[in-house]
Design a protein around this ligand. Structure first.
Ligand SMILES: Cc1cc2nc3c(=O)[nH]c(=O)nc-3n(C[C@H](O)[C@H](O)[C@H](O)COP(=O)(O)OP(=O)(O)OC[C@H]3O[C@@H](n4cnc5c(N)ncnc54)[C@H](O)[C@@H]3O)c2cc1C
Length: 303
């Protein structure tokens, strides 16, 4: 475990909660829908709403999560601004691929009735095969079903090629999970360079890349690639996390006719939000440094 991660794990829950405020829409389905609607009405930003929760090991918690997604779909109804994102380890991966696929299919079936698109997020590398197996199996019957690939993994070029002909929505990001050097790049600049190559590959292979990054340089370069390949602006989109302060850039992209979508997470129960909030904390260098400093200060004071 790295130094930063160690300290973030020590961060008291109320502090994590306070910090996480801008990154989480709220603690109800209605709060998530209100946030997504506000982004659309005020700024023409699309959303992908995500129920927080991962690594669930009990059938009851999985059933609860699946039910929340179904209630969310019913409340969201047919609209033009929001899709859904969900995770295998939140929806039955503990009982194997077939079970997880069944739980996810029930959600997609319901979402399809209202033309709501669904994306299967990518978790750490121990779930890559399972995620892609579920994606491939369900994409046959639900062509708008999308998934995510992570540029840091050495396997991703091959994974893209293995999806040839699917013309799928593929979110491409560097990936948030630390992975061992045997299977993944370790340097962020290399990951970002790879991500740009993969945006090009996805476009050439006929997919719809969803360029997920907060690095303005990476996004601009990805858009240059699309332009160089003469891709129409409806062949790709840009995605960012709610709460990362990039409003001016997002508005500029939208004015230039690029679809921008925010990841809008919510949790009815705080315990399901902690892992996500800690990852956001780790990704925000200024805030993470501030917390590490405070914990060190308090620990030193106690001695
Ligand atoms: C919509 C969306 C969906 C995603 N889905 C997945 C997924 O399914 N699986 C997965 O592994 N990863 C996912 N990610 C995470 C993605 O891999 C991370 O965004 C990535 O790890 C961070 O890389 P970056 O390209 O933003 O570059 P970075 O270099 O990490 O960030 C660029 C700049 O953005 C700023 N920034 C980044 N995060 C924060 C923050 N929390 N607070 C303040 N500033 C910040 C920093 O100042 C930094 O300078 C998703 C990201 C997005 C935007």
């Amino acid at each position: 475990m790295g130094f930063k991660k160690f300290f973030i794990n020590l961060t008291p829950s109320p502090l994590v909660k306070l910090f996480a405020n801008p990154y989480v829409a709220g603690d109800s389905i209605q709060a998530a829908i209100d946030a997504a609607k506000k982004f659309w009405d005020e700024r023409h930003l699309c959303s992908t709403i995500d129920l927080l929760g991962e690594e669930l090991q009990s059938d009851e918690e999985v059933q609860y999560s699946a039910d929340v997604y179904k209630r969310l779909i019913d409340a969201l109804g047919s609209q033009e601004y929001s899709s859904l994102s969900l995770k295998p380890t939140q929806l039955g991966s503990h009982r194997g691929t077939e079970h997880c696929k069944k739980v996810i299919e029930e959600i997609i079936e319901r979402a399809e009735l209202d033309n709501i698109k669904v994306t299967l997020d990518m978790e750490d590398s121990s779930f890559t095969d399972m995620t892609l197996d579920i994606f491939r199996a369900l994409h046959r019957d639900y062509p708008t079903f999308g998934t995510v690939l992570q540029s840091r993994l050495f396997r991703t070029d091959d994974d893209i090629k293995s999806l040839r002909g699917l013309n799928a929505r593929i979110r491409i990001c560097i990936g948030i999970y630390n992975e061992p050097e045997k299977i993944a790049l370790q340097s962020k600049p290399e990951m970002k360079k790879k991500m740009l190559d993969q945006v090009e590959l996805l476009l050439k292979e006929g997919h719809y890349p969803e360029i997920a990054s907060h690095d303005e340089g990476v996004i601009r370069e990805a858009l240059n690639i699309a332009e160089r390949l003469n891709m129409k602006k409806d062949r790709y989109e840009v995605q960012m996390l709610m709460g990362v302060p990039m409003q001016a850039f997002q508005d500029e992209l939208i004015q230039n006719g690029i679809l921008v979508r925010l990841y809008v997470p919510f949790a009815e129960k705080w315990k399901f939000a902690i892992a996500y909030c800690k990852r956001r904390l780790a990704a925000n260098p200024a805030m993470a440094a501030y917390i590490v400093k405070n914990i060190l200060h308090k620990t030193a004071g106690r001695r």
